[in-house]
Design a protein around this ligand. Structure first.
Ligand SMILES: [Zn+2]
Length: 395
């Protein structure tokens, strides 16, 4: 997510604020100003606006605490969290990997709502300690702020526990089904379906309320339902895609038609005879049959043009020990994850110490397009035979 302001780091987690947050912050400040003016007409404008601003700032901190609860539990359970971004509709924690077991998923998902509940009841208890009673409107500015924060955080916890994937409640539901059925993909599918049903109920309820006179409030509920519906559909499609990718082995997509260049070749020769004539972007560098590394268009681009004649491919290449190697049996999904994590576009495929081929992102995407045009079922896998093409040497 771009266009975010970086606020700093907590426990190694980058905290970012998306610009859309300011729209919501402004809305909150204005509606709070209205609310305080309505409830305490004797307050002067200064008191009202300061209370509204402080409340909005504290609300931001409680949202951050909700997200931090998710992230810190995830860290405790060995997951890598790169950052937290707060935006108009709440926050997201960017996890590098998905939880690998049902228990982790359960605790990571439920940590946020638990944090919001504790904050909510804590604020209300504090307000009561300061003399507020549930049956009356808070009289002082401090109790008014605490009561609003208390109710909004409890509301936030309850909303997030709606069992619609990908809300926290949907993740909790998914982890429970996962724990019982031991099938991660099936549990996501069920949770996403439940999410769609919940979303539909929201939309219908919103429309019903709109026509029974609730006006804008009804439309707002319908809008939340529409947002949930979209999110549930997206998670369903994601499972479908990743299940398909998990079923395909790298050996089915890798290119065996790799071009090999000798380590002594100058970059100038390499550009003229390989890059400009074959259109391929990735080549293997070899020394008398021994694989040394990989050279790509990107590596050549890093060397200034006036040094192409004096630089060999060996000097510009990425050596083997820096490359992540996969085997023909690796799933395409794992290969894609590895490429994303290391920011590379291709990986060498090695089996028993011998190079078998290269797999690239572009190849995998093309393969998925072919499968979707042919409408092949996810279970379809080609018969592994008669792959033409062998390792090819450049002249
Ligand atoms: Zn959450």
């Amino acid at each position: 997510m771009r266009s975010t302001i970086k606020l700093g780091k907590i426990s190694g987690i980058e905290i970012g604020l998306h610009y859309s947050w300011f729209i919501i912050a402004a809305l909150i400040v204005f509606s709070l100003g209205e609310h305080f003016h309505h409830v305490n007409p004797e307050w002067g404008p200064e008191k009202i606006w300061i209370a509204a601003l402080v409340t909005a700032a504290l609300f931001f901190i409680t949202l951050l605490l909700h997200e931090l609860a998710h992230s810190l539990v995830a860290q405790r359970r060995g997951l890598k969290i790169t950052g937290i971004t707060l935006f108009a509709l709440g926050g997201v924690s960017q996890m590098q990997d998905d939880p690998s077991d049902a228990k982790t998923e359960f605790w990571v998902a439920i940590a946020g709502p638990i944090a919001s509940l504790i904050i909510g009841f804590g604020c209300l208890a504090l307000a009561m300690g300061l003399g507020w009673h549930r049956s009356v409107q808070p009289r002082t500015a401090v109790t008014a702020v605490l009561v609003w924060l208390g109710y909004i955080n409890i509301g936030l916890a309850l909303f997030n526990m709606i069992p619609g994937f990908p809300l926290d409640g949907g993740r909790v539901l998914r982890s429970i089904i996962w724990g019982i059925s031991k099938d991660a993909d099936r549990s996501t599918r069920i949770a996403a379906r439940v999410g769609q049903v919940v979303a539909l109920l929201f939309i219908l309820d919103g429309i019903w309320q709109f026509f029974s006179g609730a006006g804008f409030g009804g439309l707002w509920i319908a809008f939340i339902g529409w947002f949930l519906m979209d999110a549930a559909k997206a998670s369903y499609a994601e499972v479908e895609a990743s299940e398909e990718l998990r079923g395909i082995r790298v050996s089915e997509v890798m290119s065996r038609d790799c071009i090999i260049v000798n380590r002594g070749t100058s970059l100038q020769d390499f550009v003229d005879t390989c890059l400009l004539t074959t259109g391929q972007r990735c080549y293997l560098v070899e020394d008398e049959g021994r694989l040394l590394g990989l050279i790509t268009l990107r590596d050549v681009g890093k060397v200034p043009r006036d040094r192409w004649n004096s630089t060999t491919v060996r000097e510009a290449m990425r050596p083997l020990h820096e490359l992540h190697i996969i085997t023909p049996d690796t799933s395409v999904l794992d290969a894609l994850k590895l490429m994303a994590r290391n920011d590379v576009n291709q990986l060498p495929v090695v089996s028993n110490g011998a190079l078998q081929g290269i797999v690239s992102r572009a190849q995998i995407i093309r393969l998925l397009q072919v499968r979707s045009v042919l409408r092949l079922p996810t279970t379809y896998s080609p018969v592994p035979q008669s792959h033409s093409g062998t390792l090819r040497r450049s002249a």
